[in-house]
Design a protein around this ligand. Sequence first.
Ligand code: ATP
Ligand code: MG
Length: 367
Amino acid sequence: MAGADLKTASLSLQSVSRHFGPIRAVDGIDLDIGQDEFFSLLGPSGSGKTTLLRIIAGLERPSAGRVRVAGQDVTELPPYKRRIGMVFQNFLLFPHKTVAENIVFPLRMQNVARAARDERLRWAMKLLRLEGLAARYPNELSGGQQQRVSLARGLIARPAMLLLDEPLANLDRELRAEMEVEIRRYQKELNIPFVYVTHNQEEALTMSDRIAVMRGGVFEQVGPRDDVYRRPKTEFVATFVGQSNRLSGFVETVKNGAVAFAWQGHTLHVPHQGDIAAGDKAQFLIKYEDIEVAGAAGKGRSDHRSGNSLEGRLRDIIFKGQTANYIVSLANGAELIASASSRDHKVGIGEAVSLRWPETSGMCFRS
Ligand SMILES: Nc1ncnc2c1ncn2[C@@H]1O[C@H](COP(=O)(O)OP(=O)(O)OP(=O)(O)O)[C@@H](O)[C@H]1O
Ligand SMILES: [Mg+2]
C-alpha cells in the first residue's frame, strides 16, 4: 500500500501547525498520503480536523510547516491553484440554480468552454448516478441526492485530491450507511486520494484505508484501519475506536510479555505493551466482541485454564441486528458487556454465565 514514500506521496505535510493565540489547533503534523488512499482524520470536536483540512485546501495559512501536493510546495498558493476539491457538511448548493448549474459552477469560474463543460457534466452525473435530475432544483431532491450533487461539484474540475469535511453529518442513518459505501467506491474508481474528516468512528472504519486519530491538534495514532482498531497505541485511541469495557485496577507483575492485572480480587492476564510496570495503577480495556459468553460455569469449553474467566449473571440482551450485546452483572456489582452474533445466544436473561477471553486479548494502560 502506498503512503510512506515521499516521492509518490500525493500529499505531504511537514511539521504543519496552526495556532490561534494560545490555542494549538494543529500542532506539528507530519503526514504522507498516497495516490490510492482513502485517508480519514478521526477525532472529537475541537481536535483540529477542520483546521488541518483547511490548511491542505489553502483556506487557512499554517503558522509553520510546509504543504506539498504531488511533490510541489503549495504552501504559498491560493486554493484555486491547488487542484483540490472540497465537500462540506452543509452542502452549500445554490438554491436558485438547477442541479446541472450547481455542478458545473466550478468550471464556469475557470471559464471552461461549453462543450468541455457539458462533457464533464455528463461524466459527473453518471459517476454520481444523477442522470435524469439535471433540471431539478435542490429543494426538489432528497438529502442523499443533494449530497451527491455536492460531491459531483467537488469532483467536476477533476481535482488531484478531494477533501471532505463531515459530508454525511446531516443525513439519516440509513442513507449515511449507503453513502459511506458509495463515497469509498468513487475514491477507488477515480484513484485520487480522499481526505475525509469525521468524528464518527464507524464511518472512518467503514470507508478508510488509513486513519489518523486526532486529539488536541496532534495525531495520537496513524495507521491502517485494522491497526487502529485492533492495536490502539494509547488509551484514548482504545476508548475512541470500537466499544470496550474498562476496569480500573493495578499491575501485580510484568513478566514474559504478560501483565498480571489485579481487579477487585481477580487476577486477569493481559499482553504486555507500552510503558507499564508492577505497582502501577492501570486501566484494563477489552472490546465487547473479544469476550465470549458461555452458559453456566464449569460445563463450558475444554481448556480455558490459560485464559481469563469471570462468573456472573446475564442481566439483559440488547439486540443490535446482526449482533447483540450481552450485559453481565458480576458478584461484585460491576457489569461487563460481551457482543456476539444475535443468532446463537444459548443463555437466557437471569441465567448464570461465565465470561471468557484469552490472555492475548485486551490491553492495559497506566492511569
Ligand atoms: N478562526 C479561529 N480562531 C480561533 N480559534 C479557532 C479558529 N478556528 C478553530 N479554532 C479553534 O481550534 C480548535 C480546533 O478547531 P477545529 O474546527 O479544527 O476542530 P474540529 O476537530 O474540526 O472540531 P469539530 O468536530 O467540532 O468540527 C478549536 O479549539 C477551535 O475553537
Ligand atoms: Mg470540524
